[in-house]
Design a protein around this ligand. Structure first.
Ligand code: CAA
Ligand code: NAD
Length: 300
């Protein structure tokens, strides 16, 4: 459907149907917030077990949201969860998800795999479909290098956990149209996020600034300046952050952390992003944080 934005008289396509490609940690959260906002959502994943896991985690998180909103009313809780989950369909076939207003890609963080997916989507999707990537660190222009609809393409970078974190970074590739950009901003707002805009620069706003902070925290621990507990308590109580830097690294995953720092180093040459021995070793040893049961801390 078409709605009109009278403030600048650009016509905006209101997003009613969304496909999320990649139903992992981020994709399931993105699907959830869109369904909660009343949009019809399709999740596509190569692996049936990822789709099963996504459906379960969405169900759990919808229940959390509903219990908070309708504390004393089990009927309303059930109705809210059912209504939102009924708007979500899942499939392993990309063809089942192409006929929509917006596609958000949240697959593995690899340039070649993302490019292949976007080239395919560009061929299969109707003219009006907007394509977006949730990449943490790869260049939006490089991801979209092979597509024709460069005016209907950009970055929509969410934060983990998606249902809780209030920010969405809207990334402008070099060829994005004003209409696509405005539609993305309006969509972000419709799913409950505050949107900020950034050019296609390494790490965009948040990861570019979190990177040096995280790297220096790892080096501080590596040097033995303070214990891991004291580094984390320091930043929680002294800078009012919800998690300390080492806890956050465990939460995000040390592999992701390492990858983001690596891309930032390659793209900026800033020595602050140089490889950190401790991080390299922990990743090589499979100590990736919460997801593997051990990182800086142990999780049972
Ligand atoms: N889904 C839905 N709701 C969730 C949730 C999830 N996965 N995890 C937590 N919540 C909700 C809880 O229900 C709770 O809600 P209320 O306060 O409304 O009751 C609220 O969030 C707080 O949760 P908890 O009390 O369980 O725990 P907490 O207070 O320790 O908060 C946290 C958990 C929200 C994760 C918080 O610790 C936090 O904000 N940590 C920092 C996260 C962060 O910085 N993320 C960005 C990482 S960088 C990134 O994502 C970019 C990238 O490209 C890598
Ligand atoms: P994840 O591993 O939890 O999920 C990725 C999912 O994509 C898996 O279920 C996998 O089966 C599926 N997949 C892989 N290749 C596919 C393909 N070609 N087609 C369909 N499905 C495919 O990963 P995640 O943490 O959700 O990250 C996804 C994206 O979001 C990455 O680009 C990552 O950089 C970005 N991101 C991650 C975070 C974070 O904190 N984890 C934050 C912001 C952005």
């Amino acid at each position: 459907g078409i709605t009109r934005n009278f403030s600048n008289s650009t016509s905006l396509n209101a997003i009613k149907t969304v496909t999320v490609v990649g139903g992992g940690l981020m994709g399931s959260g993105i699907a959830q917030v869109a369904a909660q906002a009343g949009q019809n959502v399709t999740i596509i994943d190569l692996k049936p077990e990822s789709l099963e896991k996504a459906e379960k985690s969405i169900q759990n998180n919808l229940n959390r949201v509903a219990r908070k909103a309708y504390k004393d009313d089990p009927a309303k809780i059930e109705a809210f969860v059912k209504e939102a989950s009924d708007r979500i369909k899942v499939s392993t076939k990309i063809e089942d998800g192409v006929n929509v207003d917006l596609i958000v890609e949240a697959i593995v963080e690899r340039l070649d795999v993302k490019q292949e997916l976007f080239n395919k989507l560009d061929q299969l999707c109707p003219e009006h479909t907007i394509l977006a990537s949730n990449t943490s660190s790869i260049s939006i222009n490089e991801i979209g290098a092979g597509i024709k609809r460069k005016d209907r393409f950009g970055g929509l970078h969410f934060f983990n956990p998606v249902p809780v974190m209030r920010l969405l970074e809207v990334i402008k590739g070099d060829h994005i149209s004003e209409e696509t950009y405005q539609t993305m901003m309006a969509w972000g707002k419709s799913v409950g996020k505050t949107c900020i805009t950034c050019k296609d620069t390494p790490g965009f706003v948040v990861n570019r600034l979190l990177g040096p902070y995280s790297a220096e925290a790892l080096r501080m621990y590596e040097r033995g300046d303070a214990s891991k507990e004291d580094i984390d308590i320091g930043m929680k109580l002294g800078a009012s952050l919800p998690m300390g830097p080492l806890e956050l690294a465990d939460y995000t995953g040390l592999d992701t952390n390492k990858f983001v720092l690596q891309v930032l180093y390659e793209k900026t040459n800033n020595p602050v992003f140089k490889p950190i021995d401790l991080l390299e070793k922990m990743v090589a040893d499979g100590k990736l944080g919460i997801k593997t049961g051990e990182g800086f801390y142990k999780y049972t």
